[in-house]
Design a protein around this ligand. Structure first.
Ligand code: BDR
Ligand code: CA
Length: 311
């Protein structure tokens, strides 16, 4: 089984990524750490604890991360995720406390202890991951890969050029993409195809266990923001679960190796992921960029994973 650490900012789609990951025995979840992003750091930490409580997984250590981006003020996405960051379902209060250490300390400890190299799965701004890599160069060789949700080769969703996670902390993203560790980028090119439709939510609602019900409640709320016709969506894009789906079933995706640079200074392009699809820069590829997904296969994976919680 593959040791993984989930660094997230739950967040509806982050919560579903956690639920998907923990349904599979393909992973050994070493820790869940939280970043500030979709909501303030206190709320994303509390949300991670509430989701793990719902899953009965208080055995997984949790730690809160940096309270703001490396060089900027925090921007939150309460317009998407609501006042709590997980508006919609009724969730239990946390049954356990976070570790008395920071996200970076917990990640470093778990990576050091792990006999096999660890896969990091960041689904929020990359602040914690950048701090980990900068402060623990000796651990790089024990990180197998970073499978992240962020960026886009095409258009952004927070600005015309930038996706939210990268826009919030471009300096952190810049450090992560330059670190020399294998990266798989689940950007908007692929996640906007990973849409969950009304009929998919009905299929999930029909799965009779509390976890599936929670996911249906999360999706009922999450889809509201994405109903705005400006997006041209039929459903809601399940960004963050694409990371876990790629780890479980890479055959659902198409990908291309490319150099990716992060724009930290642009007048209109701050936080843009510049994806060199044609090798125009001459820079060596540093990222496996995902482009397409078999949507039906992805929804099947999600539904089948939720069914495992019935047993
Ligand atoms: C990303 O931003 C957040 O709102 C989502 O959780 C996802 O990680 C999509 O741009
Ligand atoms: Ca997220």
């Amino acid at each position: 089984t593959r040791p993984i650490i989930l660094d997230c900012d739950p967040g509806h789609d982050d919560a579903i990524a956690i639920i998907l990951a923990l349904s599979s025995n393909a992973f050994s979840p070493l820790a869940v750490t939280t970043s500030a992003g979709n909501q303030t750091p206190d709320k994303t930490l509390n949300n991670a604890l509430r989701i793990l409580t719902l899953l009965g997984r208080s055995d997984i250590p949790v730690a809160g991360g940096a309270v703001k981006p490396l060089a900027r003020e925090l921007i939150i996405a309460d317009n998407v995720h609501g006042e709590t960051g997980l508006d919609g379902p009724v969730l239990p209060d946390p049954s356990f406390a976070p570790q008395a250490m920071t996200a970076v300390e917990l990640m470093a400890l778990k990576i050091k202890e792990s006999p096999a190299p660890v896969t990091l799965v960041p689904t929020g701004p990359l602040t914690n991951i950048a701090l980990l890599l900068a402060t623990h160069p000796e651990l790089h060789s024990n990180i197998e890969q970073i499978v992240l949700m962020g960026g886009a080769a095409g258009v952004g969703n927070w600005t015309p050029a930038a996706e939210f996670n990268i826009f919030v902390d471009p300096e952190a993203a810049d450090m992560v993409f330059k670190a020399g560790i294998p990266i798989t980028m689940c950007g908007l090119d692929v996640t906007h195809q990973a849409q969950v439709m009304d009929e998919d939510i009905a299929r999930i609602r029909a799965i009779e266990n509390p976890i599936a019900q929670c996911v249906a409640d999360l999706l009922d709320f999450f889809i509201l923001y994405h109903r705005d016709p400006k997006w041209g969506f039929t459903g809601a894009p399940l960004h963050d679960p694409c990371t876990i789906a790629w780890l479980l079933q890479p055959e659902l995706f198409t990908a291309q190796q490319a150099w990716v640079g992060i724009e930290t200074k642009g007048e209109h392009t701050q936080g843009m992921t510049v994806v060199d699809r044609y090798g125009l820069t001459g820079n060596q590829p540093n990222t496996n960029v995902l482009f397409d997904i078999d949507r039906a296969g992805f929804i099947d994976l999600l539904a089948q994973s939720l069914e495992t919680y019935s047993h």
